[in-house]
Design a protein around this ligand. Structure first.
Ligand code: IFM
Length: 483
């Protein structure tokens, strides 16, 4: 353990006065109203309605009914002292076929939401794509096909035309790694395909869609808007310092991180990724000029972090033991890591969240400092961090979640340490504002600062929300104590 890791957690830490304190959600996870206002199915509607794909057959049809309750939810955000709110737009709500004209009713929902936020003094931070591709576009081939990237840029321009006068923070994609590799590789996410080559093609077309969308946004938005992408960067740690385990870490870093960071921030795919996947594809789908298109200037790099990724070479598994395959990204016999067939995944011992994810704030510190030293001058924002726990309302209706407050406190302390070490971190968005539809886990995992009773849809801020409100209001991180 390093000296910085044993910094006592009892002191109060002050954050910069302009630090953004936020919470985040995503359209399919909270909105519901799946068939209202002209909205058409997305790949997640199709997937969740396919038997066996989502825990207990849960769907986002109603979710937490944010579509109808958004005013109450903005009021709750005010109680939480939020300075910013990160949400995503449902593509098939605003452009039902994924191409062509917009549905004004769909856009009106987001206009009302943004107006309500601004009236409450909360800065809207809009994500264009959080995994809910219009089903019509998947029927035409989905992200493995190039036209999807072009459709995405058109959609970005339409949303920018409608909301550009009042939204300052724009994010193109959320966690494209999940879209490409869980959606088309392991199949645990929509559209549920298990085709490694399609997953790599999807990764490229997500990258291309990002670049084209940034161009469309720059053309449509007024100056001063902040453009970002949200990446779930994997803090990859080799199990041992052996060359084999370090090689395993390099492979996962390539197909987990540098597949995005390379083209988006450096203008080229990593050569080692091409080599690792050469037995699958020659990457001929990358056309001349694509990497230049993807390499657009960004104002912020948004990072989502939950837990580190510990890997080894398979040979480091005890003889006779089954290869550990549990990378924390769901169970599938198909790997979401093309080109990394001889990599084994390990979970560190110790504290875990209800997702089974080890709690390790030091990995967030390492991720921030490493990313900042690789991309000097690029401001960072934490666009997601948080934890699921088995929260239950007590007999008096209150929800006591000291583990979540402790998790967030320890991770904010890591952010503070990174800022003190010179990293330019501009804000923190807690995942999530509300309990919601946790993808393949349905409503079985609760990440919210606000508890939702899924029968009555009643909202109750948990004890961690009261603690976070004080932090957000004062900009002072103090230990949660007995929340
Ligand atoms: O709920 C998800 C979110 O949609 C994307 N990032 C991770 C969260 C927790 O799994």
């Amino acid at each position: 353990m390093t000296a910085s890791e044993i910094r006592p957690l009892t002191a109060v830490r002050s954050f910069p006065s302009d630090f953004l304190w936020g919470a985040a959600t995503a359209a399919y996870q909270i909105e519901g109203a799946a068939r209202e206002g002209g909205r058409t199915p997305s790949i997640w509607d199709t997937f969740s309605h396919t038997p066996g794909k989502v825990f207990a057959g849960h769907t986002g049809d109603v979710a937490v009914d944010h579509y109808h309750r958004f005013r109450d939810d903005v009021r709750l955000m005010t109680e939480l002292g939020l300075g910013a709110y990160r949400f995503s737009v449902s593509w098939s709500r605003v452009q039902p076929t994924g191409r062509g004209p917009v549905a004004q009713q769909g856009l009106d929902f987001y206009r009302r939401l943004v107006d309500e936020l601004l009236a409450a003094g909360i800065e809207p931070a809009l994500t264009l794509y959080h995994w809910d591709l219009p089903q019509e576009l998947e029927d035409a081939g989905g992200w493995p096909e190039r036209p999807t990237a072009e459709r995405f840029a058109e959609y970005a321009g339409l949303v920018a035309d409608a909301l550009g006068d009042r939204v300052k923070y724009w994010t193109t994609l959320n966690e494209p790694w999940c879209s490409a590799f869980l959606g088309y590789g392991s199949g645990v996410h929509a559209p549920g395909r298990t085709e490694p080559v399609a997953a790599l093609r999807a990764a490229h077309h997500l990258n291309l869609g990002h670049g084209l969308a940034v161009q469309a946004l720059r053309a449509a938005l007024p100056g001063g808007c902040q453009l970002a992408v949200s990446l779930n960067l994997h803090e990859v740690r080799p199990l041992t310092p052996s060359p084999e385990d370090r090689e395993a870490a390099r492979r996962i870093d390539a197909v987990g991180n540098r597949v995005w960071l390379g083209p988006m921030l450096e203008g080229a795919y990593p050569e080692d990724l091409f080599a690792d996947t050469a037995h699958l594809t020659g990457w001929s789908f990358v056309q001349n000029g694509d990497t230049a298109t993807i390499h657009q200037p960004l104002d912020l790099l948004a990072v989502n972090y939950y837990t580190p990724t510990v890997v080894s070479h398979v040979s480091h598994i005890a003889k006779g033991a089954e290869k550990p395959r549990d990378d924390g990204h769901g169970n599938s016999e198909h790997s979401p890591w093309p080109g990394a067939g001889d990599v084994a995944f390990h979970r560190a011992p110790g504290e875990r969240t209800a997702m089974g994810w080890p709690v390790d704030p030091s990995a967030l510190y390492d991720l921030l400092t490493r990313t900042a030293s690789r991309y000097p001058g690029m401001p960072l924002v934490i666009s997601e961090n948080g934890a699921a726990y088995e929260d239950e309302a007590g007999p008096d209706g209150t929800v006591h979640d000291p583990e979540r407050a402790a998790y967030v406190h320890a991770h904010l302390d890591a952010v503070h340490r990174a800022i003190a070490a010179g990293v330019d971190v501009r804000g923190y968005f807690l995942w999530s504002l509300l309990d919601n539809f946790e993808w393949a886990y349905g409503y079985g995992k609760r990440f919210g600062a606000i508890h939702v009773d899924y029968d009555s849809l009643e909202r109750t801020p948990k004890s961690s929300a009261h603690w976070y409100a004080r932090v957000a209001r004062t900009g002072e991180l103090h230990p949660p104590g007995n929340v």
